[in-house]
Design a protein around this ligand. Structure first.
Ligand SMILES: [Zn+2]
Length: 400
């Protein structure tokens, strides 16, 4: 007697994620795993319960490579766009909203709601960055896997030293990372990268022109903002170069480094990222909200830099949807193929996180947590166009 049912899911199209689209495709699952994938004609005689998904496409689940679930309670901030590119002004607003809110239970509820929203949107894994160690618990019991990183800041002098000594006291099993080059000093960045070893090291990089100005000259809106916060900006020696060149001079750019945003890069820095094997997490929705510009995606793509997608937080992006990220990316960069954009939201992220054996493709042995996406495409050529432009109009269900 068969203890667990075997299911054969059938749809007009199936996107395996690691090969060509299968027309009239089918996937056989058992005990939470994919057993076989192919055309319906090849698999129709297997002993399984057939679930027919007419007008759908079966796809791998999605991977969100940058979020701050902890900031979800500040979603009101994304109702009001900052003046274009004014990153320092937005952070000032964020910090004052954070200081005015002390209801930790409500904050946790908002984080859980955001995670539930990600799951409802087909996201199976998320890289989550937070400033509170207890935020690591947010993902407990959720089907969307949360890879939590505790983010440290401290630019110079006492603040950097305090962060370095705090770091020494953090349990070895807590993943730690640096916030950004304008908030995290060189000794702290180096220490965090060394601690991360061969594990993923995400960091906000070159998000705004204001950041570049600060690192080049030590002045501008970030200098003013940090000064207000009591940071002794005068003791920070600006590296006088672009962000990637600066980080490379610290020895922290390698194939485990994930540069988040990467909007303001020089051409040589794009080549440098490629030479070091570093990956980039694009956050087009957040970038649009902040008005910081668009990342040089075409150039990064031409350099074969691994590209993944992130939603960033609800505080800087009213949508917590990778479908929306794909849509914005397509609008901003119509020359990037829709197939490549879909890969950024799925298999590329899984590969980056080292979980492509479970998530991101449809192949024997991977998790049977797949998506059936309602799709009007009649021809294969329309398929990825639809998937990457549907945005928040997406309608999907999980195949478990
Ligand atoms: Zn971020």
């Amino acid at each position: 007697m068969q203890e667990y049912p075997r299911y054969l899911y059938r749809a007009p199209f199936l996107v395996p994620g690691n090969g060509p689209v299968i027309v009239d495709g089918a996937v056989l699952t058992e005990n939470g795993l994919v057993v076989a994938v192919g055309s319906y004609a090849e698999l129709k005689d297997v002993d399984a319960q057939v679930e027919d998904y007419e007008h759908h496409v079966i796809t791998p689940s999605l991977v969100n490579c940058h979020a701050h679930l902890e900031l979800s309670y500040l979603a009101d901030l994304s109702g009001d766009c900052p003046s274009p590119g004014d990153m320092a002004g937005w952070i000032r607003k964020l910090l004052s909203a954070r200081a005015a809110h002390d209801d930790v239970a409500a904050q946790n509820d908002a984080s859980l709601m955001a995670l539930a929203r990600l799951y409802a949107g087909g996201c199976r894994a998320v890289v989550d960055i937070g400033n509170r160690e207890e935020s690591a618990l947010i993902g407990g019991g959720f089907k969307t896997e949360v890879l939590f990183f505790l983010e440290l800041l401290g630019l110079c002098g006492e603040s950097e030293e305090a962060a370095l000594s705090a770091l020494a006291g953090i349990d070895a099993d807590v993943r730690c990372t640096a916030h950004a080059p304008y908030s995290t000093g060189p000794a702290l960045i180096r220490a965090l990268k060394k601690r991360a070893g061969a594990a993923l090291f995400p960091m906000h990089v070159a998000e705004s022109a204001q950041e570049i100005e600060f690192l080049r000259t030590g002045s501008g809106p970030f200098a003013a903002f940090l000064g207000e916060r009591g940071v002794s900006v005068a003791s920070f020696v600006p590296p006088g170069m672009g962000v990637v060149r600066y980080l490379d001079s610290l020895g922290v750019v390698d194939n485990h480094t994930l540069c988040v945003h990467a909007v303001h890069l020089e051409d040589e820095e794009i080549a440098l990222l490629a030479a070091r094997g570093a990956a980039v997490c694009l956050c087009p929705g957040s970038n649009r909200f902040m008005g910081v510009g668009t990342a040089p995606v075409q150039k990064m793509f031409a350099h074969d830099i691994p590209l993944v997608l992130g939603t960033d937080s609800l505080a800087s992006n009213p949508h917590m949807s990778l479908w929306r990220e794909m849509q914005v990316l397509r609008e901003d960069h119509p020359n990037i193929s829709p197939e490549a954009v879909f890969a950024m939201a799925s298999v590329n992220g899984a590969r980056l996180l080292g979980i492509e054996g479970r998530i991101g493709t449809i192949a024997p042995g991977v998790s049977s947590s797949l998506l059936a996406v309602r799709c009007p495409a009649k021809k294969e050529a329309e398929l990825f166009e639809f998937l990457t432009s549907v945005g928040t109009d997406i309608s999907l269900e999980w195949l478990e």
